[in-house]
Ligand binder design. Structure first.
Ligand SMILES: Cc1cc2nc3c(=O)[nH]c(=O)nc-3n(C[C@H](O)[C@H](O)[C@H](O)COP(=O)(O)O)c2cc1C
Length: 107
């Protein structure tokens, strides 16, 4: 739970990082709607501001557990998600899938 026992902490993630992208406009609208709902303490994470690596450590987080060497630069995203009760991903469709930025962040 977020700030108090009646408020869930919701993180809205902007999944696109493209120059001139529209994603932040949609994410702002989503965050505003969640604010109007009143049951959420809303936070935002923009993947364009996170240093997301395409190259990953040898072991997967599932296998390495707490010993997983989290890529530097991902700290802000990790702590935002760790503190969240729920999250919404605002993503475009690129070539019939979601963008590489989002896939890399999930991985
Ligand atoms: C490289 C690229 C590929 C796209 N591929 C698709 C697609 O496969 N299907 C679709 O419906 N829209 C596609 N679109 C349109 C985007 O999903 C749409 O413009 C979206 O709002 C872009 O979000 P963004 O501005 O945050 O990047 C594509 C746009 C780009 C730039």
């Amino acid at each position: 739970m977020g700030m108090d026992n009646d408020t869930y902490k919701l993180v809205v993630i902007v999944g696109s990082v493209r120059e001139g992208r529209f994603g932040p406009v949609v994410a702002s609208w989503v965050a505003e709607q969640a604010g109007i709902h009143g049951g959420f303490d809303v936070d935002g994470v923009d993947l364009a501001e996170i240093d997301i690596p395409l190259s990953l450590p040898a072991a997967s987080p599932k296998i390495a557990g707490d010993g997983y060497p989290r890529p530097a630069g991902m700290g802000a995203l990790t702590s935002a998600l760790e503190g969240a009760d729920a999250f919404i991903v605002v993503t475009p469709e690129y070539n019939h899938s979601y963008p590489a930025s989002l896939k890399a962040a999930i991985d």
